[in-house]
Design a protein around this ligand. Structure first.
Ligand code: M6R
Length: 614
């Protein structure tokens, strides 16, 4: 989600200038990873550590660096996509301990940071930020033994969650220490010094031979050498990798388009979001992360949700999840319609605005409308500190990381996941389900990332199918209940990136008119995951088959597909979660159809990522 860069250079007259430039231009190359704030820390013999930070783009950091003139030939830098604490200077990386002896940049999420912070506070440590990262800097200083590598080995096992770290130690001003767990980090030896980065795109200007740190590994960089250690502290000698990508391909992690990269980001996005709200091992919800107290949950009588586009489709899923899992009456509405609807508020009603960007004008207007009615409001957003997140009374963030492609993919899956977590929490607080059922529900959520990975591993099945659809111009997506919401999202995804005509229908509605359009030239995609209406959905499929349509069936059918029908199977899960899995297939389908038709996938015609006009 964020970006890290580091450099320690050999002594030379221009060493300070060179180090600053490597850090700043490295961060510019990583800006696509996060761009709400950035900072660098530099160290030099007799200089201590100087930290320079700025809110906003790297161009702001450049101005700040020109003002504060940090000295030294060794430094670390970070561009941030905020997860804990708003994008302010205090929350920018690098973070340091209270004695200014250690500086840290961090990608990832420390799940137990609150607990660690409270322990340190009890022993008198004072904190300056709201971030999880500052805990690492304070812990390293607190446990410092005079040897940073040994200190890291002592501190890293205390951290739960994921991290890629770059650390400066005031006592060794030409050294960078780094470590990682479930978050990538790579290093490289150049002729002028040693480099560190979270993504290869930051280093391609200097070298194409890089070494990836192993899981739980540590590396120590000096200007002339890089030494690697495994989890137990034993020195190891990993092989380097020669990168053949150019800088643009590297930013997309080797994927041809951001849309495909973001589809493949989804297992991580789901894991990060889930771990933020749920303790999977204990099978319980993290109370402090949720927007409802037990009293508020019991007083709840109705939830109204408003959003636009894909976020609206996630809201339709949310409506079903709240109704089915928690028994709470819910209504999902299109924000641009709802804001003019004159809907009187109901006693015990809560309003939820859903927006990836947190800046969509119509969603913001719907939020203001409900606030003016005196309702309690909650935002579901992917962007920390966005307008919608700030305006609402409470906020739940999706931890999907920056979504760059115009077509929303990972934001959708994580929005639906948030609704599932919220519905389970409310069901539990209202006594609809007991502890055992809550645990069962959480266990099902915890399987999702792996199930998504299994579908992604079958992308060639989608590619092959798409190759056979060259002449297809009309595509209908049909399904019932939550599968209808999946159909809406699948049709939108396909039309926005491939410009093909596609429509979504509640399967039972076809025979009330639309079936007149169906003939041999159509492809009908059938979502069939909802057990209670499965037979009815399959009967609707037969109706379109009888009109000569080509058929594609999505669901859990281990016994195989009906004759003359292509089948994309998903793993076994609950009816409530199955639509998340079929959606991954639909995203891949839209992507490969767009590719087949040579469309500008990441920037479709007439569309913008953030719609800030009404
Ligand atoms: O940032 P938001 O979630 O509020 O954006 C809402 C829609 O504009 C957005 O989902 C749009 O429909 C996407 N292009 C769909 O892929």
């Amino acid at each position: 989600m964020c970006g890290i860069v580091g450099f320690t250079g050999k002594a030379a007259p221009e060493a300070t200038e060179k180090c600053r430039e490597i850090l700043l231009s490295g961060l510019e190359n990583l800006e696509y990873r996060g761009y709400d704030s950035a900072g660098i820390a530099m160290a030099g013999e007799g200089e201590g550590i100087t930290i320079c930070r700025a809110v906003g783009r790297i161009s702001n950091l450049r101005k700040a660096v020109a003002g504060c003139q940090p000295q030294g030939s060794c430094g670390i830098g970070h561009t941030r996509w905020a997860t804990h604490g708003r994008p302010t200077v205090e929350n920018c990386h690098p973070h340091e301990d209270e004695k200014h002896s250690v500086a840290v940049v961090h990608n990832g999420i420390i799940e137990n940071y609150q607990h660690l912070k409270e322990e340190l506070q009890r022993s008198g440590v004072e904190f300056n930020s709201q971030t999880d990262t500052e805990v690492i800097a304070q812990l390293l200083a607190h446990h410092y033994s005079g040897n940073m590598k040994d200190t890291l080995q002592k501190v890293l096992p205390l951290l739960e969650g994921s991290f890629a770290l770059g650390v400066l130690d005031k006592n060794q001003p030409d050294c960078i220490y780094c470590a990682r767990r479930r978050s990538p980090l790579l290093v490289a030896q150049g002729k002028d010094g040693s480099y560190l980065a979270s993504d290869v795109s930051a280093l391609l200007a200097y070298t194409k031979d890089v070494t990836y740190l192993e899981e739980n590994g540590i590396a120590v960089l000096t200007p002339d050498s890089i030494r690697f250690y495994n989890e137990n502290g034993s020195e190891i000698h990993p092989e380097s990798t020669h990168i053949t990508w150019d800088a643009t391909a590297a930013r997309k992690n080797g994927f041809e388009h951001y849309m495909l990269k973001e589809i493949f980001d989804q297992p991580t996005a789901l894991r990060d979001t889930l771990n933020h709200y749920v303790d999977v091992e204990l099978g319980c919800i993290r109370r402090e992360a949720m927007p409802f107290t037990p009293e508020q949950a019991k007083a709840l009588r109705r939830v109204t949700i408003a959003a636009c586009g894909t976020a609206y489709h996630a809201s339709v899923m949310g409506q079903s999840l709240l109704e089915q899992l928690a028994g709470i009456p819910a209504l999902a509405a299109i924000a641009s319609e709802y804001r003019y609807s004159n809907m009187p508020p109901v006693e015990g009603e809560v309003f939820i605005a859903v927006s990836q960007s947190g800046e969509t004008a119509d969603t913001l207007a719907a939020l203001s409308y409900k606030k003016a009615q005196g309702l309690r409001t909650i935002a579901l957003s992917n962007v920390l500190g966005s307008t919608i997140a700030r305006e609402a009374d409470a906020v739940m963030y999706t931890l999907a990381g920056p979504e760059i492609a115009v077509a929303s993919t990972k934001a959708y899956l994580t929005q639906v996941l948030l609704f599932a977590i919220l519905a389970l929490d409310l069901a539990h607080l209202r006594g609809v389900i007991d502890d055992a059922k809550l645990k069962e529900g959480i266990a099902a959520l915890a399987k999702l990332p792996e199930q998504v990975e299994e579908i992604l591993a079958k992308q060639s099945v989608v590619q092959d199918f798409v190759q056979q659809q060259k002449d297809c111009r009309d595509i209908f997506f049909i399904g019932r209940l939550m599968d209808y919401a999946s159909s809406l999202e699948a049709a939108l995804k396909l039309k926005e990136v491939s410009y093909l005509h596609s429509e979504a229908y509640a399967a039972g509605e076809l025979k009330h008119g639309t079936i007149a359009l169906v003939d041999e030239s159509c492809l009908v995609v059938v979502f069939a995951t909802q057990t209670v209406v499965l037979e009815k959905t399959l009967a609707n499929m037969e109706e379109v088959r009888a009109r000569g349509a080509k058929l594609l069936l999505l669901g859990h059918f281990p016994e195989g597909a009906p004759e003359d029908c292509s089948l994309w199977n998903i793993g076994k899960t609950s009816d409530q979660l199955a639509p998340l899995l079929t959606t991954v297939y639909a995203q891949l389908f839209a992507y490969y159809m767009a590719k087949l038709h040579g469309c500008d996938i990441d920037k479709p015609r007439n569309l913008a990522k953030s719609v800030t006009v009404e």
